[in-house]
Write a protein that binds this ligand. Sequence first.
Ligand SMILES: [Zn+2]
Length: 633
Amino acid sequence: MERSGSGGVFCRRIETWSFRKRTSTTPWSTGSSRPMEGLGKSTAFLASGIAAWASWNPSRPSRYVCHKPLPPCRRAWGIFVVCISLRSQLGWAKLQETMAEQQSAGFVSLALKWRPQTFAAVVGQEHVTTTLRNAVRLGRIHQAYLFCGPRGVGKTTTARVLARALNCQQVTQEGEPCNQCPPCREILQGRSLDVLEIDGASNNSVEDVRRLRESAKFPPSSGRYKLYIIDEVHMLSLSAFNALLKILEEPPAHMVFVLATTEPQKVPATVISRCQRFDFRRLSLEQITAHLCFVAEQEGVRLPVDAAYMLAKKAEGSLRDALSLLDQAIAFCGTEIPPDALTQMLHVVDTDTLFRTTAALRQRDLRGILELVQGIVNRGYDLQEFIEALIEHLRHLVAVCATGSVQFLDFPHDIARQYAAEAQLFRLPDLMNWLTLAHATQQAMRFSPHPRIRLEVGLIQMALLENAAEFGELLQLLYRLEQRGGIDPIAPTVSEATAPYTVTGGRAPHRTPEPAHAEAAPEQLLQELLGQDPMLRTLLQTGVLQVLPVGDVLLLRTQQSYVKDILQQRLPQLQAEMRSRLGSTAPVVQLELSTAESPRSSPGNLERLEERLQTLLGAQKVPSTTVKGRSSL
Ligand SMILES: [Zn+2]
């Protein structure tokens, strides 16, 4: 229906109505304002006006026949109303059109309503849209495009925008379609003969492709290009692919194919090689969250960032899914969407619960933990989902703690800031231990007939876990105790320059107690120098390389010949460095390829150390925080 000339529409409607009424038994020209069947009061009134006008106008069309003359006052009144209606064009038709628009707008899903109409509006696929825009701008159109990527990231949408851009009469400077000219409008309304969307899943036979080939021969009806969009192209049968290959090899100049698929590996290589391939990316949580917030704002819906984040997370990188979920959320909550309601609707664990859990663990609030679990059960959450969410949450905290930044979190800014603040309260070794226990709990819950009990036990274990002390710290403490209490000296050398969890050097030769730093200084310096190289630092940390003072000589001992080769090259430089720092007192550094088992890994030594730690500090064995423990995660 055209917006302009609603007066014409008005007349047409009235005429239609008059024809209809004349076939019925009731004469329409009674002039009564009684509502007639199927029509509103105002229509009936207007009809009476037309009837009056028709009976008064001598040049009236023959079909406006009155059966009964109207009294003059009613006739005048009717004419007046009709004139006013026609002049102001306020028309009932226009009103109805608006109403119909509003009504239909209510039924359009957000995913359809907010479907991008230009390349620039496609979210998160700049690498594709920029290329296509430039191709349109420069007129370098390939004969076939292959759009790959997960569902709901904009493949078909981009194909449609491309279709408009190719046939648009007023392409913008940037290569965007105008969406106003007749071809654009035709494609938008889905009645263009030049753009054909084919569902590969249901038209997958060779006959379908042959028909397509036949129709492809004919030039476009109005635009410059004929564009075939084949969705889910991987569903085509092999013979259909072969038939398609024929036309892809020698396509008519006016043909452009867009093949869209979620599974490019199922498309034969011969087809792929004839296409320009574009890989659509899964959208990041941040992109989806930002888009949801934008759409919600435009729709007049209050959607807090954490609620948007929850929807985005559930959508798993698909913008269409996210918008469908937003639709559902609006239906569920109305124009105000609180995160609480979403947890009910989506059945996901909100970040608030996770933060409360880690706070309870930190404070060793056992009562709080049990209440939390009860709350989770009462709200009907899946406990497996909860423990998975907790593991992910701990991983985020570990990432922030380990790097001191939030760059490894795929979060909206607000939530990332919350993680950054929370991570300040934890120590990395504790988080690592919790993570290990959480993993163990998850495994145990999977096979347990009582997952709730397993979860509670796991959480309590995590809460009661002693604060993890770094191995180096413990050894230092041990050494200090030895100095004070005359316990059997073990005198391991602890390097502060190296990273946590490391003990370098093995058991040193028996020495009388003496200031540690006087002896350890050259050794520490050498370790520092070695530690400047990331690879050597790792070798030191993992015990592959050891620094041992033997008399006046510093021994670099290793069991690996490749390590020896590396060190052989560096040795002169190291020696020079040592001499420049320590002067004439610098010890000689020597290399030794040892075939014997290293003292560090000898079980006896470790056992003795463990025993001593247990007796001295009342220490308990916790999941390992050593390098070995970390790599198991
Ligand atoms: Zn256009």
